[in-house]
Design a protein around this ligand. Structure first.
Ligand code: TRP
Ligand code: ZN
Length: 868
């Protein structure tokens, strides 16, 4: 690295010296040389007469002030400084950019045949020199000019206000967005598409045109996205009272996209993975993912667009809140318990792992080198947990009052996380002073619980202590305000009213001290404690429950999440024991009582199939890895395999009966049908490791009439390494090679293949005609899955996985640093492993650190990891 990338600090925020209130953009689109003319109205706000604009990867082709050529400026590789400026002026900047050469997929680029943009976080500066920061809000007018045959559709934000034809087969369309917005919400699309159209009438009677643009030939895969959009618009009106504010809402699906989707005002751009679905191509998980992401981007219209972020350190203001909103949307439309379980799995698995890694940061980071590195599980998912805790403390009514006040105060502005918390506090009267530490403190708190029952006094004492271990970014930790949702049961299953100091208390205890005692009165018998119900705070829990109590909670807790969590705690205990046994070369074992408990769940007639499926799903290898240091990947895999085989052998008859009883003739994406398939396919994943595995799996693959069942068969064959795996894989690839999105499922199976020769197969697979390292979806499916979800092979003790990782990262560092920077995460966690693996990984990280063109993205992560 010749120039050391510079960090920015949250504490250094200052208001901009100038602002831009209006911008008129003209794009003359050509694949290799697009000319962008930007005419802005600029106002001085501070004292400086020099305007500094951000800009990179482009050529400055003209600069005028009030229509006159201006020569008093300097341009560097990242900025344009314009000197001796008046207080108010019109600025014209002309830039030349090359969309075809843009493999980073930030700014203006080509995705397949279409032009599209991605400006969040700092991509607009690859289009023109600008005040590319979220606290500069301008009204945009955009004219798009392009060849008409290749690009019949020319789209941008807001409303279409004019259009016309030009010579040489070119045409133009002019768009105007009446809502002032930051540059990161700008979007442009030009290309040839099929369009699915519908309409929505808002609660106040506004007519909104809905348009979903997909590649030609894909129209039959767009209806689910449209239904999801309409459901989201309705839901936001009903639950949050928030209505859409333009006459048109467009969604464009593109194949080359770095993330899931982007909430550009009135013109969302989506990874096609989160739009396209039909029975033959998409799994139930895909359908639900589409609903969630369509909802998420739509909900940003208020939480993100109307009220945006003052600076990028505030990212969780829009992301944590919008994830919370999309989770609530999915929970209101589907199963609340299943949604909660899956969100908690993400926190306890990858988010806790991030907290424990060198990249550990608070949901509102203090220091950033490359902003793209902070679109993280911590900012998004833990950020959503922080919003959920506020919701828990205020209740739905208080929370909605807070939302209303937040919108009243900050609509049309760029706000901060503190503004949000202040609105919640002011509207509800709940004191959130100590709670605010969740925004500034990184790491995962560990809450330890001890209990004592006093039969004579009829009191039950719960003693809670909290401790957050130091993280690389923050050596000292403070005591947090932790909402602890608890419940007490009598042995006959009755809920015991909770009374403290003579007063009835609700389920949520305010745990605000280092160590705190809660004494429950009038407790007639030693109770069974249900702790951290609903996962009311993103903490690790240390509490020793007896097996009987966990089994009791699995069967009798009032709340489904608590039942699931008790099952997971029981499994966790025996996973740990068996991992230890495995390491000591002892025999592995699982008590009959545990097997009986899971049999009882499987046979329960009162539980929903979707929920039973979750109860029977073992923790992931990665989640288990987070419990240990050093991590023993082989022992974890063996213990998980043992538990799976033991349950399968013990319950084989019940699993088989359940499997057959859940067969469906017709495919439907009703929630009940999804749940039945989920349970049936969990049964299959167990049965795959029994003697019947081979025949059941092949038969399901042959007879499947939908992608969920097809993939369940393939995954079972892959995980259990069945003999039929080869032929199923071949059949699938013969059938789907023309379709990259569908092939991603196949690439993912190659990436997660547990076979010893997986890496060789993966290397061969890279020359599959459908694979390309230029496409982020393909890369994540094959390569990303290998790095992050194939622990035994990735961490092979000969270092082959690590060497392969660093070769790939060298390539992606140049072509697409954002994707490279997401893939590298498993390597950053090298200190969690044994010395041999640590050394092997460090060698690769050091090699990467030495690259002379190392991108900021990788530089930031590798440096943190090596300095740790
Ligand atoms: N704001 C987007 C969302 O959460 C995500 C996003 C951020 C993004 N940066 C991006 C998407 C870069 C694509 C590329 O919905
Ligand atoms: Zn978002």
């Amino acid at each position: 690295m010749t120039n050391q990338p510079q960090a920015k600090y949250r504490k250094d925020y200052t208001a901009p010296e100038f602002t831009i209130t209006d911008i008129d953009l003209t794009f003359d689109l050509y694949d290799e040389e697009t000319k962008v003319t930007a005419v802005s109205k600029v106002l001085k706000q501070g004292n400086s007469t020099t305007l500094t604009l951000e800009g990179e990867h482009m050529a400055l082709a003209g600069l005028q002030i009030n229509g006159e050529d201006w020569s008093d400026y300097e341009v560097t590789s990242t900025q344009l400084h314009i000197h001796q400026l008046p207080n108010e002026f019109e600025l014209t900047v002309v830039t030349d950019i090359n969309p075809s050469a843009n493999t980073a997929l930030e700014g203006l680029y080509k995705s397949g045949g279409a032009f599209c943009t991605q400006c969040e976080a700092e991509g607009f500066r690859r289009i023109t020199y600008f005040l590319d920061r979220p606290d500069v809000l301008a009204k945009y007018t955009t004219t798009v000019i392009a060849d008409k045959a290749a690009n019949p559709f020319l789209l941008s934000n807001g409303n279409r206000i004019d259009e016309g034809e030009l010579e040489n087969g070119r045409h133009w369309v002019k768009w105007s967005d009446p809502h002032p917005k930051p540059s990161y919400l700008f979007a442009l699309v030009a290309g040839q598409f099929d369009v699915l159209r519908d309409k929505f009438v808002t609660k106040s009677g506004r007519n909104v045109e809905l348009e979903i643009y997909v590649d030609q030939g894909n129209l039959d895969r767009a209806p689910h996205a449209m239904t999801s959009l309409i459901n989201a618009m309705k839901w936001d009106e009903e639950r949050f009272g928030l209505e859409y504010d333009l006459d048109i809402y467009m969604i464009v699906a593109v194949d080359f996209f770095n993330m899931g989707a982007m909430e550009n005002k009135g013109l969302n751009i989506f990874n096609s993975k989160y739009v396209l679905a039909n029975d033959q191509t998409a799994t139930d998980t895909d359908y639900l993912g589409i609903e969630a992401v369509i909802g998420h981007e739509y909900f940003h219209n208020w939480t993100g667009n109307r009220i945006t972020c003052r600076d990028w350190f505030q990212l969780s203001l829009k992301e944590g809140l919008t994830v919370f909103r999309d989770q609530e949307f999915s929970s209101d439309l589907g199963s609340r318990a299943v949604n909660r379980i899956n969100n908690v799995r993400i926190i306890r698995g990858p988010q806790f792992a991030e907290d424990a890694s060198p990249m550990s940061h608070p949901i509102r980071p203090d220091k950033v080198i490359e902003m793209n590195n902070f679109y993280t599980l911590t900012v998004y998912e833990k950020g959503s947990e922080v919003i959920r805790m506020i919701h828990t403390l205020l209740g739905e009514e208080g929370f909605q009052k807070g939302m209303k006040l937040y919108v009243e105060r900050h609509d049309g502005t760029a706000a901060t996380c503190d503004d949000f918390v202040a609105a919640m506090e002011d509207a509800s009267g709940v004191d959130l002073t100590q709670f605010r530490l969740w925004y500034s403190q990184s790491g995962t708190p560990v809450v330890t619980a001890n209990t004592a029952y006093d039969a004579a006094a009829k009191t039950f004492t719960l003693t809670l202590s909290q401790k957050t271990e130091p993280t690389l970014d923050q050596p000292n930790k403070q005591v947090l305000h932790i909402p602890m949702n608890v419940e007490l049961y009598s042995p006959d299953g009755e809920v015991i009213p909770m009374i403290i100091e003579g007063k009835a208390v609700g389920n949520v205890l305010d745990f605000t001290q280092d160590t705190q005692q809660f004494v429950f009165e009038n407790v007639e018998q030693e109770p069974i404690l249900s702790l951290l119900r609903e996962f009311s705070a993103p903490v690790k829990l240390g509490y020793h429950s007896k097996d009987e109590d966990l089994v009791f909670l699995m069967n009798q807790a009032q709340n489904e999440f608590a039942r699931w969590d008790a099952g997971q705690t029981l499994l966790a205990k025996y996973l740990r024991q068996n991992i230890a046994a495995c390491q000591a070369n002892d025999e592995m074992a699982l008590p009959q009582s545990v097997l009986d408990a899971f049999k009882g769940i499987l046979l329960s007639e009162s539980l929903e199939p979707a929920f039973i499926a979750e109860m029977l799903t073992l923790p992931s290898q990665n989640e288990v890895a987070g419990w240990f240091k050093p991590v023993d990947v082989d022992a974890i895999a063996k213990a998980l395999g043992f538990i799976k085989r033991t349950i399968a052998a013990e319950l084989v008859d019940e699993l088989t009966a359940m499997y057959h009883s859940l067969k469906q003739d017709k495919y439907s994406i009703e929630h009940a049908a999804i749940g039945q398939r989920a349970l049936r396919n969990v049964c299959l994943s167990y049965l795959a490791v029994t003697d019947e595995g081979e025949s059941l799996v092949s038969a399901q693959y042959e007879s499947a009439n939908n992608m969920t069942d097809t993939m369940a068969a393939m995954s079972a064959a892959n995980q259990a390494q069945l003999g039929c795996r080869e032929s199923l894989m071949k059949d699938f690839s013969d059938k789907w090679s023309h379709d990259g999105l569908v092939m991603d499922k196949w690439f993912m199976l190659q990436g997660t293949n547990p076979a010893d020769n997986a890496l060789d197969v993966i290397k061969q697979t890279m020359s599959h005609p459908t694979f390309s390292l230029k496409n982020p979806n393909r890369t994540r499916s094959l390569i990303g899955a290998f790095f992050a979800q194939n622990p035994v092979n990735f961490h092979a003790i000969d270092g082959s996985g690590y060497q392969f990782a660093s070769e790939i990262l060298v390539t992606l560092n140049e072509s697409n640093p954002q994707v490279a920077s997401r893939l590298i995460d498993p390597l950053l966690k090298y200190r969690q492993y044994d010395d041999t693996r640590q050394n092997l990984i460090r060698v690769e990280l050091e090699k990467l650190a030495g690259l002379d063109n190392l991108a900021k993205d990788l530089y930031e992560k590798i440096n943190k990891a090596l300095e740790a």
